[in-house]
Ligand binder design. Structure first.
Ligand code: GDP
Ligand code: MG
Length: 684
């Protein structure tokens, strides 16, 4: 049958793979070449085998034994692999190095070592030692392959190799790994070409005794003097019949042996968890390469250190993958923040990105050395937070701006119309503004950071207070203007009346009107100012302004009523009143006997008396006298000079004389007219 020889077996393996699984699963990889260089292809190859992301869910088996003892043949039969087998007809050496295949239909990484038989040629024992060391550092099960007739040949080549295995094991696992793995390895002795005369039990006894003898003969470091072989190795034994002479039996037993590698439920399942080296699959390439490097340079192979190095490398790699994705996400909100937008739900987004990055990291990195994993995680968190921090700060700035302008808008809206309490509007707007900011800031603030929005809040509060102050000042001004307008309206008629009448107590009337109206205006101001929360000084200043403006308004009114035409009109009508009308208010018709001169003189003198009355604001009643503080001109506050006493003077002396002269001319005209009227009445 085709199963009989090794080449056919290889061909069969490939054919099987080609039929029911992707071609790559039958690929093999030379992980160490004949130049003793480690491949860069292992990780991609593991990926193609579909093993890269299986975590710890994989197994590694290696083989050990003299040249041409059928190791590759056995592996190919057991695992459906495609390792080179020596061609019987040409007895040609296969390519030197360490090879790896994926066990067909399994998650088993199978390693085969090819080398010249150093012992026969007296060369390159070095490579065997190194490959054994390398295999032990990573394999769970090491198959020790030997012929039945080699058993008990203590001096044989195999025994020398085993001694090597134990020696390197001491170097490897002498120190206890700190990560909780046991460092135990199973040595599975496969006794080939078993004829069946000597039962397995006897072979097993002989081999065990040999093992212990070899163990005892090792020179061990002092601290490991008391260690037994069984502290490091479990031994298992099995036989296989002659592959050619008992081909069917051989095939059947190989199939049985195979299930011991694949069937977890079997009691004699070989890949016990305790043998696992706890290297996550995605770190196997890095780990193996480093181990090989150490082995190559004959450095002490300190596995715990190797595992930590591996963890550092892989955790960094995993973190940078997480960071790259995270950066891509966080970049999306950088622009909006930069142009001043408040990003709705930014905190939620950031939390999400951060959680995703950490989840990704945890999933892959938590399988590695815990100390390293945790340390690198803290580094990762710091990187994530420092990437997000500018977004947070930008969001605060934008939030600050948005809240402030909303505050202004609300304030203006609230102050529209007449009927409002400034303090209420102000407090409501301020509260809303602060609440909005605080809530927005809280949403964007990530837990477990030293971020704070305190400073920004203080800045905002300051600006809100400034805006509020300015607004209050404007409002106060507006109010003072309004009161001033009302004041003007209120004094207009009483002042007109009083000035027209020109009675002796004319100024008493004017001033008492002024006082009453001003008092009303002041109390009006104070009532409103209460809701503005104005300060004492602000009130003082506003009232002083109000008084001064009220006074100037009064003076303007007086000026209007005492302008040249107006005052001359007033004088004229006084004169007319007394000269042209009798005491009953009936117009006089002058007769020749009438005392025109006397009447004229009386009316003129009475009228002229009014000029000094108009010329100065002077009440009869001293308590009605008014006094306001004078002000010198100030270019800073743009106040004009205000000299109160001079505002009491309506006309100067010269002006009075001028008015009197002009009035006389008017009066004289009346006199002439009166005289003429009598002449004409005589003439009739
Ligand atoms: P390796 O060098 O240990 O990997 O050995 P190979 O697998 O290349 O086989 C070397 C030779 O031994 C080949 O010609 C195989 O056909 C032959 N061979 C393989 N398995 C057996 C076996 O179980 N018994 C015998 N007698 N020969 C075998
Ligand atoms: Mg081989």
């Amino acid at each position: 049958s085709a199963h009989v020889n090794g080449n056919a077996a290889t061909a069969n393996g490939v054919a099987l793979n080609g039929r029911d699984s992707p071609a790559e699963s039958s690929e093999r990889l030379q992980i160490v070449n004949d130049e003793k260089q480690f491949t860069q292809e292992l990780t991609p190859q593991l990926e193609r085998w579909g093993l890269r992301d299986v975590g710890f869910n994989y197994n590694i088996v290696a083989v050990f034994g003299s040249q041409s003892t059928g190791k590759s043949t056995l592996l190919n039969r057991l695992f459906g692999t495609t390792f080179d087998v020596m061609d019987e007809t040409q007895r040609q050496q296969t390519t030197k190095g360490i090879w790896m295949c994926r066990g067909k239909g399994t998650s088993i990484m199978v390693m085969d070592v090819e080398g010249t038989d150093g012992r026969e040629r007296g060369e390159d024992q070095d490579f065997e030692r190194k490959s054994a060391l390398f295999s032990l550092a990573s394999s769970e099960v090491m198959i020790v392959n030997l012929w039945e007739h080699q058993v008990g040949l203590y001096q044989g080549a195999n025994m020398g190799l085993l001694k090597t295995v134990f020696e390197v094991n001491l170097g490897l696992f002498g120190k206890k790994p700190q990560d909780g793995t046991s460092g135990r390895t199973l040595l599975l002795f496969v006794i080939r070409d078993h004829i069946g005369v000597t039962p397995l039990a006897n072979l097993q006894t002989t081999l065990t005794a040999d093992m212990n003898r070899i163990w005892d003969s090792l020179s061990k470091p002092a601290e490991l003097q008391d260690k037994h072989l069984s502290d490091y190795f479990d031994l298992a034994f099995t036989t296989l019949p002659h592959k050619i002479l008992a081909a069917d039996k051989f095939e059947a037993e190989v199939r049985q042996l195979r299930t011991r590698f694949t069937d977890k439920d079997r009691e004699d399942y070989l890949f016990k968890p305790v043998y696992h080296k706890r290297i996550p699959a995605d770190g196997v390439a890095f780990y193996m390469e480093n181990i090989w490097e150490q082995v190559q340079t004959n450095k002490d192979l300190d596995l715990p250190t190797q595992q930590e190095l591996l963890a550092q490398f892989r955790c960094d790699e995993i973190a940078s993958v997480a960071i790259a994705e995270f950066n891509e996400q966080s970049k999306s909100q950088r622009k909006p923040i930069e142009v001043g937008r408040v990003v709705e739900g930014l905190g939620g987004l950031m939390r999400n990105w951060k959680t995703q990055a950490l989840t990704r990291y945890d999933r892959d990195a938590s399988r590695y050395h815990q100390g390293v994993y945790k340390r690198k995680r803290a580094d990762l968190v710091a990187v994530l937070d420092s990437t997000l921090s500018p977004l947070f700060l930008g969001q605060l700035k934008n939030l600050h701006k948005a809240c402030l302008s909303a505050f202004k808008k609300e304030l203006l809206e609230g102050l529209r119309g007449e009927d409002y309490s400034f303090a209420d509007v102000m407090n409501k707007a301020r509260e809303k503004c602060e609440t909005r900011f605080t809530q927005g800031a809280q949403e964007a603030l990530l837990e477990d950071t030293d971020w704070t929005s305190e400073e920004e809040l203080v800045l905002l509060q300051e600006e809100v207070a400034n805006v509020g102050d300015q607004c209050r000042k404007d409002e106060t001004k507006k109010m003072v203007n309004l009161i001033e307008r009302n004041f003007k309206r209120q004094i207009s008629e009483p002042v007109d009346l009083a000035l027209n009448k020109a009675s002796a107590d004319m100024w008493d009337k004017v001033l008492s009107t002024f006082r009453e109206t001003l008092e009303k205006a002041e109390s009006n101001y104070l009532t409103k100012a209460r809701s503005f929360n104005c300060t004492e000084e602000e009130n003082e200043a506003a009232l002083a302004t109000l008084r001064k403006r009220a006074w100037l308004a009064l003076r303007a009114k007086v000026d209007e009523q005492t302008a040249d035409t107006a005052i001359l009109g007033k004088l004229r009508s006084h004169f007319e009143e007394s000269f042209r009308y009798d005491e009953h208010g009936v117009p006089r018709v002058w007769k020749p006997d009438d005392d025109i001169d006397g009447a004229f003189k009386k009316a003129k003198e009475e009228t002229l008396e009014l000029v000094p009355r108009y010329s100065k604001i002077a009440p009869l009643e001293p308590s009605l006298e008014i006094s306001l503080p004078s002000e010198s001109p100030d270019p800073l506050t743009s106040t004009d000079e205000f000299d109160f006493p001079s505002t009491l003077v309506i006309f100067s002396e010269t002006k009075s004389l001028d008015l009197i002269a002009r009035f006389r001319r008017d009066a004289d005209a009346y006199y002439v007219e009166a005289k003429r009227s009598t002449v004409s009445s005589i003439a009739q």
